[in-house]
Design a binder for this molecule. Sequence first.
Ligand SMILES: NC(=O)c1ccc[n+]([C@@H]2O[C@H](COP(=O)([O-])OP(=O)(O)OC[C@H]3O[C@@H](n4cnc5c(N)ncnc54)[C@H](OP(=O)(O)O)[C@@H]3O)[C@@H](O)[C@H]2O)c1
Length: 325
Amino acid sequence: MRAVVCRAFGPIDGLELGEMPAPALPEDGVRIRVRAAGINFADILVVAGTYQEKPSLPFVPGLELAGEIVEIGAMATRFRMGQRVMATVGTGAFAAEAVARENDVFALPDGMDFATGAAFPVAYGTAHLGLTHRASLKAGEILMVHGAAGGVGLAAVEIGKAVGATVIATASSAEKLALARAHGADHTIDYTKEDVRARLRDIAPRGVDVALDPVGGDAFTASLRTIGWEGRIIIVGFAGGTVPQIPANHLLVKNASAMGFYWGAYRAREPELVCASMAEAAAWAVAGKLRPHISATLKLAEAAKGLKLLADRKATGKVVLTVDG
Ligand SMILES: NC(=O)c1ccc[n+]([C@@H]2O[C@H](COP(=O)([O-])OP(=O)(O)OC[C@H]3O[C@@H](n4cnc5c(N)ncnc54)[C@H](OP(=O)(O)O)[C@@H]3O)[C@@H](O)[C@H]2O)c1
């Protein structure tokens, strides 16, 4: 099958469009004809060989996709042939075909196109479960989202508003902040130019209730300085490259928490929880409460170009690859 192939760990320029054997179908899985695949920051780390899970070479990158079911494993019961679905996979989305365990496959809502479906599972799954389950975000609370124009960040802005929170978005440019505002953010801060702590003295004098952080480094420090009483900092990732160290005394004095959150591990350990979360997020999308933003749609052969947009901080929302027949 046609696929983007990683033959050696390293820079994304080393990726090539080639041929790979179609993956074997697990008994509890389905085979999907891929129509579109979403690009994630984690793909860059997987290709570099620095992600927490390291596939054996050669492999096909790509964590999420949308398409139609073309084969069903002997033990799989939840889907039918030809059904439109979106799915997450450890690797393998940047290809004509992919296989996924049933637990990682979700019905594509009527009216949601394949590109949007491919952009949905990781960003919205992470933002929804992270905010509603891990952080227990409630209506009326104040949510700060770092990197708020990125894939997970913009999804978190929308999920925060859907829950009924006041949302403070941080990002690195006026354009990115305008996008966050267009997707519901109540307040915006350019964390490369402004002092987040000083801005929050006006916006949220008692601190924020929840801070969602896919960036790390200085953004994490800003969360620690501005987290409020019984506040929750949700550690999602380190796109900025610096893994923060936590001075525990800051947490102690505010009865605050810094919590790790790894969506992929929930998929493996608590699939029912993830399925319920995805169902609610998909229902919110159908109801118009979530509006996934795709800033670039590229061909499968342009996978490296798409990944570079994320690496260079030029992407907003999601970048999607379309896969021709
Ligand atoms: N824990 C989980 O379950 C989980 C799930 C999904 C993703 N993640 C992680 O969350 C992070 C974001 O993923 P994503 O797919 O949403 O990425 P993305 O779309 O590329 O967004 C990342 C954002 O981080 C900011 N950023 C700051 N410094 C950066 C740098 N040096 N290079 C690139 N971006 C930088 C950028 O915003 P500004 O330019 O505005 O700063 C960018 O919008 C990644 O670390 C990813 O591995 C974790």
